[in-house]
Design a protein. Structure first.
Length: 150
């Protein structure tokens, strides 16, 4: 699991960013958005490898933002929380609204379009001074500690 996660998610993100950066340097600038996860900030049971890789993606984003800023390239990371995808559907469907409310104020799973809208904003409308940041799109999950069932 470790090798697959590092090779697929981390190495894939870094190699893609490097290829994009080369083209952007030649073009005089651009924007790179890496996709991390709220799990890069906090862990859930059975997610140690996934969480470590997503934390590394956020760190790589900060590092390459610092390396490329003088070349007109802005780099940010979008870190989604629970989002309806094939990977999360079974678990997300099994959670009641009360279960979801205990882990995030939004008490629901995000639609992928909500994540895409943040990526679009970072590419099209965000100021270039927003650089090297990780934007959590997680319904407030990283803002609160899970509450025990009452």
């Amino acid at each position: 699991n470790w090798n697959r996660a590092v090779d697929g998610s981390l190495r894939g993100a870094v190699l893609t960013a490097v290829a994009a950066a080369r083209a952007m340097v030649a073009a005089g600038g651009g924007r790179i958005i890496l996709i991390g996860s709220a799990n890069g900030f906090h862990a859930e049971p059975a997610t140690a490898t996934y969480s470590a890789v997503k934390a590394a993606i956020a760190s790589v984003g900060r590092g390459i933002a610092a390396d490329l800023a003088d070349r007109g390239i802005v780099v940010n990371v979008v870190a989604p929380g629970w989002t309806r995808t094939p990977m999360t559907e079974g678990a997300a469907d099994a959670m009641s609204p009360a279960d979801l409310r205990r882990i995030m104020p939004a008490a629901r799973v995000a639609d992928p379009a909500e994540i895409a809208n943040v990526v679009r904003y970072l590419v099209v409308n965000a100021p270039s001074f927003l650089n090297g940041s990780t934007i959590y799109v997680d319904g407030g999950q990283t803002a609160m500690s899970p509450s025990p069932p009452l």
